[in-house]
Design a protein around this ligand. Structure first.
Ligand code: F6P
Length: 486
């Protein structure tokens, strides 16, 4: 343990997120193994570096994490975190589950992504109110930990819908600190946001408005938030709103995708994809997602099936690499969706597959090196979410695809604001329209594909994650804190 981890108080910069930069696996013999997390937030925060006076506050999310907290008192060993000071909170498991599964993922995620579809959902009943109480308590636990850790006048950057109430509570506890909150999701328009009970909607918005600065990934989500506030709480008051679109980390992707483990997987995938009847390598349509309702994987498969039905000339000449990594499996609706993806892939293979050709290659085991190998191979990238805060896959594939890839992109992904000009835009609900876009993408002439890929890659890397974080930190430090104006 370093000296720094022995005195983790009074940090100048704090980040708070539900999931931290590292999670622990617990083996039967009691060994703990730290696994570093991926994603934009982790890369963004690495910009601070271990020498900065910064602390990342996150929650223990599984047994391994809880054991790590028991052994360290919550101040994780910097050897596990790349030198970053991380304080992991052990909030009671039932509170954590109700807040994370019961509210954040089943209610707030569904509202922001406009996912409710059945006559029975949402159900804002007495059980919901109990889960909401857990969500409040979860948020208070984070706010207290941040209040304990923050130096006078510190900058606190709270992340996402799991922690919407933290700014308001923290403001009460520590009026001296500057607070930002960043939403990595879309924000629902008022007509949909209004689904939430009025008191809960008001509490949520006022909680976020406790921040000095609120950040969103696109203007569209920021405008929707403003409109919700205008309707429900009379406006945003003196809170500043900033838009910070998160980009792909080109340097990291290029270096990482050139390593031998990626080369190995590339060779294995090439073998699996095989060659068309004329001896040329088969074309690839690539998607890489968490198995997530909002990612619209089922409609993507239906569109691919429609392509094979409507354009028989593509049979035997194309393979759909669908990497769909199970996520949020504590929720029945996610388990069912995961099963549906598997069933449909099998159906398509049974319907169209031959001795020499497997139309869909579905991989469900999360393997970052294999995802990167698929990025390198992609002729077409399929990114068709129903709604998505940004979608980094749409930005990452063009950066490292070897022969240039045509991007079929949902107009409902945040990334569309930046990439729409060079992509083939689809309405994610339109299966036939998506099939036609896949056909156009597969048929695109090589020169045009390369030219579009260059434009996509330039737009995708315009705001690298490190810059994304540092810009927000700088902006927060320049904001006049609310206590000075009130
Ligand atoms: O905002 C979306 C997000 O919270 C991101 O951190 C990430 O893309 C995803 O959802 C992770 O979800 P979970 O933590 O539930 O696995």
């Amino acid at each position: 343990m370093s000296e720094r981890s022995a005195a983790p108080v009074g940090a100048e910069v704090l980040v708070a997120s539900n999931r931290g930069p590292v999670s622990y696996g617990l083996a039967e013999d009691g060994t703990l193994t730290a696994k570093r997390g991926g994603g934009g937030l982790v890369s963004g925060l690495s910009a601070i570096g271990p020498d900065a006076d910064a602390v990342w506050v996150c929650a223990a999310l599984g047994e391994g994490d809880r054991e790590a907290v028991r052994r360290t008192g919550g101040a994780l060993d910097p050897a596990d975190t790349g030198g970053q000071r991380v304080r992991m909170l052990d909030i009671p498991a039932e509170v954590q589950a109700a807040a994370y599964n019961g509210i954040a993922n089943s209610v707030l995620w569904f509202v922001h992504h406009m996912l409710y579809q059945t006559p029975l959902e949402p159900a804002f009943d007495a059980e919901f109110r109990d889960r909401w109480a857990a969500y409040e308590s979860y948020n208070r636990a984070f706010a207290r930990a941040l209040a304990d850790e923050a130096a006078e006048g510190a900058a606190v950057l709270v992340q996402d819908y799991h922690l919407s109430l933290v700014p308001g509570v923290l403001r009460e506890l520590r009026p001296d600190v500057r607070i930002a909150h960043f939403s990595h999701t879309p924000w629902a328009p008022p007509e949909y946001f209004r689904i939430l009970p009025d008191d809960i909607a008001g509490q949520l918005l006022r909680g976020m408005l406790g921040a000095d600065r609120l950040g969103f990934l696109t203007h569209r989500w920021a405008d929707a938030f403003r409109a919700c506030c205008a309707e429900a709480v009379g406006g945003i008051g003196d809170t500043v709103i900033g838009v910070h679109g998160l980009g792909a980390d080109a340097g990291f992707l290029r270096e990482r995708s050139g390593r031998p483990d990626v080369d190995e997987r590339l060779a294995a995938l090439r073998e699996q994809i095989g060659t068309a009847p004329d001896g040329t390598p088969r074309r690839t349509v690539v998607r890489v997602d968490r198995t997530e309702l909002s990612k619209n994987i089922v409609r993507g498969l239906l569109a691919y099936r429609e392509l094979l039905a409507d354009r028989p000339e593509w049979r035997e000449r194309v393979v759909h690499l669908a990497f769909a990594y199970p996520s949020r499996q504590d929720l029945a609706v996610y388990r069912e969706y995961t099963a549906e993806v598997g069933r449909l892939a099998e159906e398509i293979n049974a319907e169209y597959g031959t001795d020499r050709w497997q139309p869909v290659v579905l991989h469900v085991k999360d393997d970052f090196a294999r995802s990167l190998a698929a990025y390198r191979l992609a002729d077409v990238a399929l990114v068709n979410p129903i709604r998505d805060g940004m979608n980094l896959v749409a930005k990452e594939i063009p950066v490292i695809s070897e022969q240039g890839c045509a991007l079929v992109l949902s107009r409902e992904a945040g990334a569309h604001e930046e990439l729409g000009d060079a992509a083939l835009t689809v309405n994610p609900y339109d299966i036939v329209g998506t099939a036609r876009a896949l056909d156009a993408a597969l048929s695109m002439e090589a020169g045009e594909r390369r030219e579009r890929t260059a434009r996509l890659a330039a737009a995708a890397t315009a705001l690298p994650p490190a810059q994304w974080f540092l810009d927000q930190l700088q902006a927060l430090r320049e904001t006049t804190p609310k206590r000075a104006t009130s």
